[in-house]
Structures are given as C-alpha cells and as structure tokens.
Design a protein around this ligand. Sequence first.
Ligand code: FAD
Length: 405
Amino acid sequence: MARVLVVGGGIAGDTLALMLERDGWAVTVAEIAPAPRAGGQAVDLRGDCREVLDGLGLLPAALECLVPQAGAAWIDARERRLAEMPVTAFDGRGYVSEEELLRTDLARIIHRAAGPGVTHRFGETVEALEDTPDGVRARFRSGTTEEFDLVVGADGAHSRVRALRFGPEERHRKPLGLAHAWFTLPERPGTPRLDGWFLIYNEPGRRSVQARPGRAGEQEIGLTFAADSLPPRQDREARFALLERTFADVGWRAAEFLAAARQAEDFALDTFDQVRMPSWRDGRVVLLGDSAWCASPLSGLGTALALRGAAELATALKSADVPADPGRLPAALASYERTMRPRVTSAQQLPPGRVASMAPATALGIRANALAMRALQSRPLRPLVRRAMAGTEHGRTTTGAAQAA
Ligand SMILES: Cc1cc2nc3c(=O)[nH]c(=O)nc-3n(C[C@H](O)[C@H](O)[C@H](O)COP(=O)(O)OP(=O)(O)OC[C@H]3O[C@@H](n4cnc5c(N)ncnc54)[C@H](O)[C@@H]3O)c2cc1C
C-alpha cells in the first residue's frame, strides 16, 4: 500500500488525508499541536468550500453549524453606525454571507470524517526529509525515522516542510504590512451583544477592532494593526505587550478585548502575509494550502483554496493511479500545480486599497472607507459590485473580507 505523510492537520492537511484514505493510501498526519487546533473566525461556505464539502458528503454537517449573520457595520467609538452592509445586500451574495461557519467547526467536521486508514500523530513534526531511491525518509521530532512514497507539507504559512525543502521563509514571504490578533470572547452578563452584526471600529494610526458573532454565547474578536514582523512566537509576553501598547489609547471596546485576550485559550497573533513560490514540488515532496500559496486572510480565500487544493491534488494522484505506478508521481504533481496556479495567482491579486481599507491611517481615511461602503450599495454601483463578487466567489474566509471592498 502506498504511504503518504501529511505534515499539518489543518483544513488542507485533514481534507487531503481523508481523500487519499478513500483512494487507498495509508495516511499519516503529523500535527505539531497536541490536539486538533481550534480557533479562527468565520468561513464563507459559498463556491469552492461548498463544492468540495458536498463532494465529501460533509455539507449537511457544515450547514448545521452556521452562525447567524445580520451583516457588517462600521461604527464610531459610541457604536453609532457610520455605514452598514446587511447580509441581504447584493441578494445575499455580498461581503458577509448567510452561510458562514466557524473555522473551528469546519476543522472538527473534516477531522472526524477520517477513517481508520488515517493515523494522526499529535505533538509531532518532521526534523529532516531525505530522498532515498524509492521514497523520502522522514525523521520525526519524537526520534523515529520512517520512509514514505510521498510527503505533503500542509503545515501552514510558516511551514517547516517548505523551510526544509525550498529554503528559508524570508525567501517566500511577502508581508502586507498588517498584523492581526484573534480570539474567542465568552459573553458574560453585561457584555454588549452583537445581534448577529459584525462590528468594525477603526481608529487613526491603522488600528482596527472587530467583534463578530460566534457560537451562541461567544463573540469572535479581531485586532488589526500595522506591522511587518512580530516578537518571536515563544515570547508571549512581548507579543501581548506590543498589542497592549498599540491599542492602549483606542476607544470602543478595545480595553475590554485587551484584557480578554490574555485569558483566551485560542488567542493567536500573526502578520498578514502572502507566500509566493515559483514551484510547489520537489521530487516526492509537495506543498499544499497556506504553506504553498498563502493568499492572506485579506483575500478571504485561504480556506477555499485549501479545500480546492486538496481536492485537486487527490484527483491528480488518482487520475495517474500513482499507488499502482509510482513513476507517474512527477506528472501527477505537475498536473496539480498547473490546475491550482491560476486560482492562486488570481486570489493573491488583492484589489488596490484593500490593505489600507482594513486599517485606515487617518480619520479622513476612516470616513472615506465608510462612505465607500455606503456608495457600493448605491443603485449605480450595485451592478458593478455584483459582477465583481460573482468573479471572486470561490468561497471565502471573511476575516477582513467585509472591510476589503
Ligand atoms: C488555529 C487557526 C486559526 C485560524 N484562523 C483564521 C481566521 O480567523 N481567518 C482566516 O482567514 N484564516 C485563519 N486561519 C488560517 C486558515 O485556516 C488558512 O488560511 C486556510 O484554512 C488554509 O489552511 P491550511 O491547512 O493550509 O493552513 P492552517 O489552517 O494554518 O493549518 C496548518 C496546520 O499545520 C500545523 N502545523 C504548523 N506547523 C507545523 C509543523 N512544523 N509540523 C506539523 N504541523 C504543523 C498547524 O498547527 C495547523 O494545524 C487559521 C489557522 C489556524 C491554524
């Protein structure tokens, strides 16, 4: 039986794992976290997300987890609306969709669908990948060594597989100039309610504070600010200190969110980057998802590309019947890359002003952004926006997408 090692058990890795299992591969998933990773904000179920989940028979489970949405609203410090875009704008095909679920729920649904042919090793990663005449020998952090017919790096934007095989991160990472913290806030008595609205508060100096609906009794919080790099991941204190310094004088609910961030189990902070690579394959090692092509949360397409990429890679391996004829592996990987390349190139082309509108620099910029949001819904512009939405509708994660007209 052909053996594949998938490094990273996120959306891309776990989706590929269950597809390859169904195609007869023995699948090992090495996930660095001690358990399936929770966390993350809303994923838009339209387009690629819906299609791939439907093909896997997982759409009904995803539809059961939809988060009620009323729309997006840009507010001032007293929560007065500067602009709003209801979920019904553009016939329900606007920036916030009626069909959104949390990344946590999507990851759980995919993870649980794996059968006995998938072995998950949590708290595990690869330390070295060495080519052999018939495969790739992986040395694991736990000290064991094993040989595989194929190794897939699905270990996210800061991929170790990419670093081991394709060179250091700096070579491929294109920072977009913003960083984003996100976490889940449990509602307590006295917590202002959102009533389904995704609220966005901007303050001059490129600071944006967002609260959006999560599971019942929870809100998903985002804090966005200008930064190309961050203190090291291990230095949690330096990361919180940076966040607290940056948002110290910011109004609305910023102080409440800063205090809650330290308590949140799923707190995460990262830069908004893109990953751009001339090739995603090297012999029997191939990259998938954010590790290969992170388009950044600003594209709103990270999860859709991860799902589509997993489907295309599985299809290419199956069409070439690689388990029966390993000699066809290079052609299969080339076919996967050919199919995905145009989608990725298009997703990485952020419209002009997208980064700036996520966290405007000045009070004038904030007002102009709100005005633009209102103008987009005006009668003359509506058909244009509808067309633009149809062109990009492959299913989106909506961190920032609502703000990124
Ligand atoms: C916890 C979390 C929350 C997220 N929240 C959002 C969000 O709110 N909005 C948004 O737009 N995008 C978010 N993302 C990114 C989004 O999931 C991806 O853009 C998209 O789904 C592509 O998925 P991926 O599987 O390629 O990467 P990811 O979802 O990043 O998954 C990568 C997986 O690899 C694991 N991993 C990392 N390094 C190693 C290693 N060295 N060895 C083994 N495993 C490793 C990670 O723990 C993770 O499980 C989040 C990602 C994670 C992991």
